[in-house]
Structure formats: structure tokens, C-alpha cells
Design a protein around this ligand. Structure first.
Ligand code: JFZ
Length: 594
């Protein structure tokens, strides 16, 4: 079972009722044998496709001629459309271009190991044949086919894993479901009846009629009582003991964690627990006719490599349109990631998290005696340094092509990159060692003058007694959650937050602080300290943090720190006055200033 802090965060439906949460730590948890085995496969897979597909795809984010930005699957709620009018979309919905085999071929070519598709989203319309509700694709559209059945068969034939998303609490077209307060009186809804007559039968159908499932991805449990999460858990495990459950089943009853949307958990908070990050490709989960803001191939590879380097899975979303086609702008980028994986896949699939501290050139993954260095940021001098790597290195090769790379091992490892590599590639370097490289994550972030500005995140800071790490969630729109970490309790000169850094070469670094502060906090004083160097600063107002509003962050220059020789240093922030919370700090940045 997952910890209660998981629940505090994930019990939030969208929109969340809370803005600040105690930060979640991803700890390993004891499971039964079937779940443990399923998690081993889950962690081997690393890369998955998420598909949001429903009758909302027919609207593509537009209703009554009005565009709704952000999550298109929330269209009904955002526009406060009554059920009867919304369900009319089902009459138009006829995805004649849907081809399960073609979808699975693309999914496979893109390198995804399993796919999780919306069986029923918050709108309550089932994308599968259901005896429990007439609002289903077979009985309620002229299409009349069961795409989940066709997908299950195609996935099985190609060896791609399958999972279903199921909205167990929100159901906007059922009078007794959760979430529709524009049409139904929440005081009169009988959730128990909804749960027994729709959720239980439909989840049973999903676990009975579609073969073995990798996971059921529940979502937005909201205020759902623990007994319901418990009953769902028991139902799923009774029907398929090795089907995994995500933490959004609610009440701390998941097998693995779903971080908040579009978040890869900070390395320092990952202590070996199991998790799967979910990201949109553009800015909507469901198809949007006007949003083509697709993440670039490089960004996708970076998210995948970063997730793997922290020991988690990356599940990337696709929103097929009303005819059943993958948007071209998304598909072409996915296939490029697939090409990258054909060459570099061994650095992702089946790897474990990085043993290294934060390094400025990128991230690492590990497989036994082989370490994979993902070079996301090319150093100006073409030399990749891994300070403190003491295990004997036997060989260093470029994964693409297998060319041996020159390296030196003394005080750490220094590898010289080939000069002709294209700048935008995520180059992967395989480092073979005589013994597996031991974990040295707490050695501190590597500071090097050959890179630009280097962030020191509060999530990675050492907090003194009485200072706590919090996650702040604000939103630009319903889907567009922006989460960041900050601290509370930084209100006394005796308290501090601090980072260890490993300095590669002597030099000067500019300090910048990124934070949010209220009017009351304006003018309060703090100090950045490193040994006997102290740089005082005064806080400026940025505004109050409010839920569902953007957070404004100051980026404030503070001064210069001088590191006179290579080695480890501690950089700390401390308030100057007792009894006054300094600010909501996000990060400290150090930028070479020679
Ligand atoms: C939920 C859904 O409401 C959304 O439509 C989509 O399916 C997404 C994957 O999940 O949205 C959420 C749920 C939780 C958070 C944010 C959006 N969260 O915890 O930050």
C-alpha cells in the first residue's frame, strides 16, 4: 500500500481543492507475490502510451461554436452542457478510420511496451460494450463496434500490454455519479447506487471480456469513501491478481504511484518506489482540433530518459480524433522517438535508476555493470565528467554505432565526445565497469563552468529541523496543472536549507533566487552563505499563491560566490529575522561568472 501522503495528493480530483501539499516521497512498499511480479514487468517496460478517446473527440474542444482551451475531455464540464445535449455527440461519432491493428503497429514502432486507453472517462460514456449502461459505443453510436475488443486482440497478437483507464467517481451523465453540479443536485446523488449499478458491473466487464490487463488506471477519486476504493481493489485482484492499480484508486490503496499530471518526481524524493508519470503530448488529453503544441522529439526523449533515471515509467498521451486517427503532428514525433529507441532502447528498457548525483550534462541509467550516460546538454569543451566514479572502467562506447570513446580515470571519469555528433541527439554513452557503480546520489550536484546556469532545486535541498518540503499546485486551466516544490518554516535565523555542490574547477558563480512572496513578505531579509562568504538579499513581492491561478516567480540576483579550489561545498539560505516566513522558494541558480 502507498503512504498517506500519496493519498493527500492524489485524492484530489481535478480541479484540486487544495493548493499546497506535503511533498510525496516515493518509497518501496510490500506487495503480494502476483503484484510484485507484475511490478517487475512494469518496471522493465518503462515506456507506455496513454490514449484518451471518447465522444469528446468528436467535438475536439469546440461546443456551440466556442473553443475551450486545455483538456478537451473536460468540455462538457467546462461548458456546463446538460447530459442530453452532450450525449448528442454520440449520434455523430462514427470513427470509421479506427483500425486497431494500425494503432498497435504504430504503438509498437514507437517503442511503447503497453498502452492504457480510456474505457470510460468523466463524461460517463463507455468506449466498450456494456450491459450496465446504454451510454456505450456499441449500443449508443452508429459505429456499433467495440474498439477495446479489437485493440485487445491486436495488442495480444503483437505482444503489446493493455490497460484501461476508468473514471470511478466522476460520471457527469449519470444523475448519481460525481462531478456534475450544473445539472444534478450533489445533495441528492446516491453514489452507492451508482457504484453498485455501474462501476462494479463495468469494471467486472473490463476485467472479464478483454483478456489479461496490465493495469486499471483509476482517476479523480475525489471524496470517495475508503470502502469503495477497497471494494474496487478487491474486485480487480479477485478477477486478475496481477492487474496493477494506480494510486488514483484513492485512499492509499494503489500498487504504484501516479504523480500529479505532467510531473517527473524529483530525484531526491524517489527512494525506490514504483511510479508512472503521465504527460500530454500537446496540452490536452483528448483530441483538440486547434491545439498542435506537440512536444518535440528531443523533449520526449529527455522525459523518458529522466523518468528511467529516477526509476519510473513514462506514459505519454495520444488523443485520437473523431474518425479514429492519431493526429499527424503527434504520430510523426512518436515514431522518431521509436527510431531513437531502436538504437538506444537498451539504455531505457529494463534499466534501474541512476546511482549518480545531479550532473549538468544529463541523466544516467544502469544495468548491472553497465552505466548509460544520456547526454542531454553537450558541454562546451566536449568532455563528459563523472566526478567521484571510483569503480574501474573497462570500456566506454557510444551506444549508437558502438564506437569506443577515449576516457581518463583519475579523480572521477572524463570521457571525450566525438566532434561530429549532431547537437540535438540524445547521445547515449555506455560505461562498462568491473563492479557495478555503487549509489552515490548524495554527493551533491556537479558544478562546472562549461555549462550555463545550473539549478539547485528545493526538492534536493537538505532542510534543517522545522523546515518542511511542500508541493504547490496551481493551474492555468483545468488540465494545465503546474506543480512546484517549495519549503515552509523558513522563519528563523537558526533554520536553513542547504545544498552540497561538487565544484570541478575554481571560479565565480552568480547566485539567483527563484521564489514567490506575498506583500507581507516584501522587504524581509535573508542571506546566502558558503563558508565565510555571506550575500544578503531583500525579498520582493510577486503575489499570493492561489489555486487555479498561475504563480509568479521572482528571479532575483543576489551576488557572486567564489569557489577557490575544486571540491565539495555547502551553499545555504537562512532568514535574518525570527518569526517571519521568508518566502516560498523554488530554486537557487548558480551561473558561471568568470
Ligand atoms: C485527470 C483527468 O481529470 C484528466 O481528464 C485526465 O484524464 C488526466 C490524466 O487525469 O486530471 C487530473 C488528475 C489529477 C491531477 C491533475 C489532473 N493532479 O493530481 O494534479
Amino acid at each position: 500500500m502507498t503512504s498517506t501522503s500519496v493519498q493527500a495528493q492524489d485524492a484530489v480530483g481535478a480541479p484540486p481543492e487544495q493548493t499546497r501539499f506535503k511533498a510525496q516521497v516515493y518509497e518501496p512498499v510490500q506487495h503480494d507475490a502476483a503484484t510484485t511480479q507484475a511490478l517487475a514487468r512494469f518496471n522493465n517496460d518503462r515506456y507506455a502510451m496513454f490514449i484518451h478517446w471518447g465522444i469528446y473527440a468528436q467535438a475536439g474542444g469546440v461546443i456551440r461554436g466556442k473553443r475551450f482551451y486545455g483538456a478537451s475531455e473536460w468540455l462538457m464540464q467546462r461548458s456546463k452542457t446538460p447530459s442530453a445535449e452532450y450525449l448528442a455527440l454520440a449520434e455523430e461519432f462514427n470513427p470509421v478510420d479506427f483500425d486497431a491493428k494500425a494503432w498497435i503497429r504504430t504503438i509498437k514502432a514507437a517503442g511503447f511496451r503497453y498502452v492504457v486507453i480510456t474505457a470510460k472517462h468523466h463524461d460517463g460514456f463507455a468506449m466498450f460494450k456494456s450491459a450496465a449502461s446504454k451510454h456505450n459505443i456499441v449500443d449508443g453510436t452508429r459505429f456499433g463496434r467495440d474498439p477495446l475488443k479489437e485493440l485487445a486482440e491486436a495488442a495480444k497478437a503483437e505482444g503489446v500490454g493493455l490497460g484501461f483507464y476508468y473514471s470511478q467517481y466522476q460520471d457527469w451523465t449519470e444523475p448519481n455519479g460525481g462531478g456534475n453540479d450544473w445539472e444534478f443536485d450533489p445533495k441528492k446523488t446516491d453514489f452507492d447506487s451508482y457504484f453498485n449499478t455501474k462501476v462494479v458491473p463495468q469494471v467486472t466487464e473490463l476485467l472479464t471480456n478483454y483478456g489479461p490487463l496490465r493495469e486499471i488506471w483509476f482517476d479523480t477519486p475525489g471524496p470517495m469513501a475508503p470502502e469503495y476504493s477497497k471494494r474496487l481493489r478487491e474486485l480487480v485482484k479477485k478477477l486478475q491478481p496481477d492487474c496493477l492499480l494506480n494510486s488514483r484508486i484513492g485512499n492509499g490503496l494503489g500498487d504504484y504511484s501516479s504523480p500529479s499530471d505532467s510531473e517527473v518526481p524529483p530525484a531526491s524524493l524517489v527512494h525506490g518506489g514504483d511510479w508512472e508519470s503521465v504527460f500530454t503530448h500537446n496540452r490536452s488529453w483528448g483530441y483538440s482540433a486547434f491545439d498542435n503544441d506537440f512536444k518535440s522529439t528531443d523533449t520526449l526523449i529527455e522525459l523518458l530518459a529522466t523518468s528511467a533515471s529516477r526509476g519510473g515509467n513514462f506514459m505519454l498521451n495520444m488523443g485520437p480524433d473523431g474518425r479514429g486517427r492519431f493526429p499527424e503532428g503527434a504520430q510523426s514525433r512518436l515514431l522518431k522517438v521509436g527510431d531513437w529507441l531502436k538504437v538506444n532502447g537498451e539504455s531505457i528498457y529494463g534499466t534501474t535508476r541512476s546511482p549518480l548525483p545531479q550532473t549538468p550534462w544529463g541523466v544516467a541509467t544502469q544495468r548491472g555493470k553497465r552505466l548509460y550516460l544520456h547526454v542531454l546538454d553537450r558541454p562546451a569543451d566536449g568532455v563528459i565528467r563523472v566526478p567521484g566514479l571510483t569503480e574501474a572502467v573497462t570500456k566506454v562506447t557510444l551506444l549508437a554505432g558502438g564506437a569506443a570513446l577515449p576516457f581518463k580515470q583519475g579523480d572521477g571519469l572524463a570521457i571525450t565526445l566525438p566532434k561530429d555528433a549532431t547537437p540535438s541527439d540524445d547521445l547515449v554513452i555506455a560505461v562498462d565497469t568491473r563492479e557495478p557503480v555503487a549509489a552515490r546520489r548524495d554527493q551533491g550536484a556537479v558544478l562546472s563552468p562549461v555549462y550555463g546556469r545550473q539549478p539547485l532545486d528545493v526538492a534536493d535541498a537538505v532542510l534543517s529541523e522545522g523546515v518542511g518540503l511542500e508541493a504547490v499546485k496551481t493551474q492555468l486551466s483545468v488540465d494545465d496543472t503546474r506543480k512546484y516544490y517549495t519549503v515552509v518554516g523558513l522563519d528563523d535565523p537558526a533554520k536553513s536549507i542547504a545544498w552540497t555542490v561538487q565544484v570541478e574547477r575554481p571560479g565565480d558563480y552568480h547566485i539567483d533566487l527563484q521564489y514567490s512572496a506575498t506583500a507581507a513578505q516584501a522587504g524581509r531579509e535573508g542571506v546566502v552563505e558558503m563558508n565565510d562568504q555571506k550575500r544578503a538579499f531583500g525579498v520582493v513581492e510577486t503575489g499570493k499563491i492561489e489555486r487555479r491561478k498561475p504563480v509568479f516567480l521572482a528571479f532575483q540576483p543576489v551576488g557572486i560566490l567564489h569557489f577557490d579550489k575544486p571540491g565539495r561545498y555547502t551553499v545555504a539560505i537562512r532568514p535574518q529575522t525570527a518569526g517571519q516566513e521568508l518566502f516560498a522558494i523554488r530554486a537557487l541558480y548558480l551561473t558561471p561568472a568568470n
